[in-house]
Write a protein that binds this ligand. Structure first.
Ligand code: DGY
Length: 302
């Protein structure tokens, strides 16, 4: 474990992009302990590391539950997660203890929307299968129907949740000549008009998506993976691309990985150098604000 700085104790649960570390070390208000690794901190080390901490800077892979909060003790003022997602935080326990929470919304919208479009095209045009065929000698000659997929031009695209990221995806899809853009969510959105979005109702939470093709960029737990497997296998869904799964990592023997028409990525929606750098600095600024009792750039109201 690497120790730097002084004053209020902060535990950083992973090696993070330097932008955030620079902000924290130059602020001169905290003494940092960093789990200086690319791999997650083991629970025992997490419990040790947070002892007496006033702040924790964590990742979405760190479960911050009652045990961790108890180990940290009464000094803990702020938890800053380097993620927009907060499923890993026991918010009811955090609230009981009056701890503030920072997170990183908005800054990863573009990167995530870009990745979704990339995944949509890779899935629809069967790029991973094509790459594989080139490598394994399956490319014998040009064949009229070999590796045919679906184009975006003239297609109908469905988006579940036309929030920030959904909207950014829709905007990026328009130039491809998509004919109809359907979206669903709790209510119709006025901003859907900007992308000619048509509202459709889907009421079940654990939904299986019966669009001709689907790309899943939202939390893995929203998707019933067993139903998705069946629908892909029996051809009800032509293909699916996933960037988040349940669990993560997806076991290498998972049935979805046996399907040629399922492209699974390892949760890299926000993985551009610049986005991760911005997330890191935002998480650091949230943490400092929590330590100093000032307004956070992005506070999650718990
Ligand atoms: C998040 O931040 O929650 C994304 O899933 C990964 O960047």
């Amino acid at each position: 474990m690497q120790k730097v700085g002084k004053m209020m104790k902060v535990f950083v649960t992973r090696r993070i992009p330097p932008e955030g570390m620079q902000i924290l070390s130059s602020a001169g208000v905290c003494e940092m302990s960093v789990w200086d690794s690319d791999e997650p901190v083991p629970k025992t080390e997490l419990l040790k590391g947070v002892q007496g901490a006033a702040g924790i800077l964590c990742l979405l892979s760190d479960k911050i539950d009652a045990e961790v909060l108890n180990a940290a003790g009464p000094n803990l003022k702020v938890i800053s997660t380097l993620s927009v997602g907060f499923d890993h935080l026991a918010l009811d326990e955090i609230k009981k203890r009056g701890i503030r929470v920072g997170y990183t919304p908005d800054v990863l919208t573009d990167a995530t929307a870009e990745l979704t479009v990339a995944l949509l095209l890779a899935t629809a045009r069967r790029l991973p299968e094509g790459v594989e065929e080139v490598k394994n000698g399956g490319w014998s000659t040009w064949k009229p129907l070999w590796l045919c997929g679906y184009g975006l031009s003239g297609s109908t695209v469905g988006i579940i949740g036309l929030g920030r990221i959904g909207m950014a995806i829709a905007q990026r899809l328009m130039p491809f000549g998509v004919k109809r853009l359907l979206y669903t969510g709790r209510t119709a959105k006025p901003h859907a008009a900007e992308v000619n979005g048509e509202f459709v109702r889907i009421t079940t939470m654990h939904m299986c998506i019966f669009f001709a093709m689907s790309v899943i960029y939202f939390r893995g737990a929203v998707v019933n993976q067993e139903d998705l497997y069946e629908a892909l296998k029996n051809g009800q869904i032509a293909a699916a691309g996933l960037d988040v799964t349940t669990p993560e990592p997806l076991p290498t023997n998972h049935p979805l990985l046996t399907l040629k028409n399922c492209v699974v990525l390892p949760h890299i929606g926000s993985a551009t150098y610049s986005t991760r750098g911005i997330m890191s600095s935002l998480a650091a600024r949230n943490l400092l604000a929590g330590l100093q009792g000032t307004d956070m750039p992005s506070e999650l109201k718990v």
